[in-house]
Design a protein around this ligand. Structure first.
Ligand SMILES: NC(=O)c1ccc[n+]([C@@H]2O[C@H](COP(=O)([O-])OP(=O)(O)OC[C@H]3O[C@@H](n4cnc5c(N)ncnc54)[C@H](O)[C@@H]3O)[C@@H](O)[C@H]2O)c1
Length: 249
C-alpha cells in the first residue's frame, strides 16, 4: 500500500496504459483522479475497475489545450485538496511517410504528446511543491531511437524525455522528482488499431521488433509505480526503457 493517503492524477485513464496505471495505483491504496477526453471510455473504465472503482474519480478534459490541463488539475484539487503524483500517460501515435505529415497532424500530435505533458506539469507544479511529490510521464522508445514512418511522434517523445530532464534539474533542490518511462511495444487498443501506410519498407519495421516481443500495459504500470513511490526517492531525470531489450540491440 505504497500510495495510501496520496492523491494521483493519471491521464489517459480510460484505456490502455493509463487504465492499467490507475488500477495499479488504486490497488496500492492511492486516491486517483483519472483524466481523459473520452467520456464513454471513462464509464467503461469505471465498470472494469470493479471493487477499486470507488478509489478512482474521472475528470473529462482535453489535455491538448493549456486550459484543459488547468481544468484537470483544478478538478483534482477541488475533489481532494492535494496532489502527490502526476502521471502523464495520454498521447497518440500515427504512422505516415515523412512527406505525408500534414500541418494538422503535426499540430494535433505536438499539442497532446508534448503540450499536454508540458502544461499539465506546469499546472500541477505548485501542488507538487507543497506535497514534495513527483511526475512520471510516458514517453516511448520512439523518444530514444529513430522509428521509421513515425517522425512527429519521435519528435514529441524525444521532447518529453528532455523536458523530463530539464524539470528534474530545475526542481532538484525543491523536493520534486521528475521521471519518464519509455515503453517498447505494448498491447493496447491503440497498437492493435495502428495502420501501416502503403509503400513502407518492411525491413525497417524489423529493427523495431523488441527481442522479448510485446508486453501488457500492467508491465508499464509496474515501472510507473516504482518511479512514483518512495522506493525511487534517489531517482530523478531518468528515461527508463521498458522495451523488451529494444534499445540494447
Ligand atoms: N502502446 C504502446 O505500444 C506504447 C508504446 C510507447 C509509448 N506509448 C505511449 O503510452 C501512452 C498511452 O498509450 P496507449 O497505447 O495506452 O493508448 P490508448 O489509446 O489505449 O490510451 C490513450 C488514452 O488517452 C486519451 N486521450 C487521447 N487524446 C486525449 C486528449 N486530447 N485529452 C485527454 N485524453 C486524451 C484517450 O481517450 C485514451 O483513453 C501514449 O502516450 C503512447 O504514446 C504507448
Amino acid at each position: 500500500m505504497r500510495f495510501a493517503g496520496r492523491t494521483i492524477i493519471v491521464t489517459g485513464a480510460a484505456s490502455g496504459i493509463g487504465f492499467a496505471t490507475a488500477r495499479a495505483f488504486a490497488a496500492e491504496g492511492g486516491t486517483i483522479v483519472g483524466v481523459d477526453i473520452d467520456e464513454a471510455g471513462t464509464k467503461r473504465a469505471a465498470t472494469a475497475l470493479g471493487p477499486l472503482a470507488d478509489r478512482v474519480a474521472f475528470e473529462i478534459a482535453d489535455l491538448a489545450t493549456p486550459e484543459g490541463c488547468q481544468a484537470a488539475v483544478a478538478g483534482a484539487l477541488r475533489r481532494h485538496g492535494r496532489l502527490d503524483v502526476l502521471c502523464n500517460v495520454a498521447g497518440f501515435a500515427a504512422l505516415h511517410h515523412f512527406t505525408d505529415v500534414s500541418p494538422e497532424l503535426f499540430d494535433r500530435m505536438v499539442r497532446l504528446n508534448l503540450g499536454g505533458v508540458f502544461f499539465l506539469s506546469q499546472a500541477a507544479m505548485p501542488s507538487l511543491l507543497e506535497s514534495k511529490g513527483n511526475i512520471v510521464s510516458v514517453a516511448s522508445v520512439a523518444g530514444l531511437t529513430g522509428n521509421p514512418y513515425n517522425s512527429v511522434y519521435c519528435a514529441t517523445k524525444g521532447a518529453v524525455v528532455n523536458l523530463t530532464r530539464a524539470l528534474a534539474v530545475e526542481y532538484s533542490g525543491r523536493g520534486v522528482r521528475v521521471n519518464c518511462v519509455c515503453p517498447g511495444s505494448v498491447l493496447t487498443e491503440a497498437t492493435k488499431q495502428t495502420k501501416i501506410p502503403d509503400g513502407t519498407d518492411a525491413a525497417l519495421f524489423g529493427v523495431m521488433t523488441p527481442p522479448l516481443g510485446h508486453c501488457q500495459p500492467e508491465e508499464i504500470a509496474g515501472a510507473i509505480l516504482y518511479l512514483a513511490s518512495d522506493d525511487a526517492r534517489y531517482v530523478t531525470g531518468v528515461a527508463f526503457p521498458i522495451d523488451g531489450g529494444r534499445t540494447a540491440v
